[in-house]
Design a protein around this ligand. Structure first.
Ligand code: HEC
Length: 210
């Protein structure tokens, strides 16, 4: 009985040892699912750009864009709308209708994409700003940034600025203008005296501020 046990144990050990041939990551093949190898995606069977193939009639792996596709950086119609400037000049007016819906949309998108650094109120007060040692995200509601023409804020979203990265791919065209409109509205809401509000709004603001 004991002998049988030992025998099967050594068989098991031998079997285990056979499967323990050292596998370096360079040997890994697709399908080595049990191997903890985080580089496998790099080495899977795939085509390299410009490689020939029989898969498509034109013999190339590079596929042409579908009919009607336009490059996302093409100036379609109004360059002010797409790029935020015409010629050398930033657009001085937001080139889409500024409605309450646009501002609400801008608020939502600002809070998703910008507030983490520039603060929910746009005043540069945020946890990220407090912890940034090099250059803090500035207030967007002070007179310096509020004096920017809308096209300049739009360009900062597209290109980034200094330490700030570009948000071009995350924030599409209409969202950018909605955010620009909201940044302007945040600035105005800071700089407006209570007495300048229409009476019903003034009363409401007084009550809410108490
Ligand atoms: C990860 C943090 C971060 C996020 C998110 C962020 N910014 Fe910034 N932003 C910065 C920093 C940092 C600077 C200052 C960069 C510098 O001076 O090098 C800056 C600068 C700016 C400026 C001033 C540019 C100038 O000319 O002085 C504007 C305007 C601005 N951001 C708008 C936005 C808007 C709009 C969004 C959302 C789409 C946004 N930022 C998202 C960090 C951020």
């Amino acid at each position: 009985m004991t002998r049988g046990w030992l025998l099967s144990l050594s068989c098991l050990a031998a079997a285990l040892c056979l499967s323990c041939t050292p596998v370096t990551t360079a040997d890994a093949e697709p399908g080595d699912a049990d191997l903890l190898d985080l580089e496998r995606m790099l080495r899977q069977r795939r085509f390299a750009p410009y490689q020939p193939t029989d898969l498509f009639d034109d013999g190339s792996v590079m596929r042409p864009p579908p009919a009607g596709a336009v490059p996302n950086d093409r100036v379609t119609g109004d360059p002010g709308l797409t790029h935020g400037f015409t010629g050398e000049t930033y657009v001085a007016r937001i080139p889409v209708p500024v409605t309450i819906e646009l501002l609400q949309y801008g608020k939502e998108r600002f809070e998703i994409h910008c507030a983490a650094c520039h603060g929910v109120a746009g005043d540069g007060e945020s946890e990220v700003a407090r912890n940034m040692t090099l250059r803090r995200p500035p207030s967007l509601v002070d007179t310096r940034v509020q004096a920017f023409p809308p096209g300049r804020i739009y360009r900062v979203i597209v290109e980034g600025y200094g330490l700030m990265r570009s948000y071009e791919t995350q924030v599409p065209l209409m969202e950018r203008w909605a955010i620009v409109a909201y940044v302007k509205a945040l600035g105005k809401s800071r700089a407006t005296a209570l007495d300048a509000l229409p009476p019903p709004l003034r009363e409401r603001a007084r009550k809410e501020l108490q």
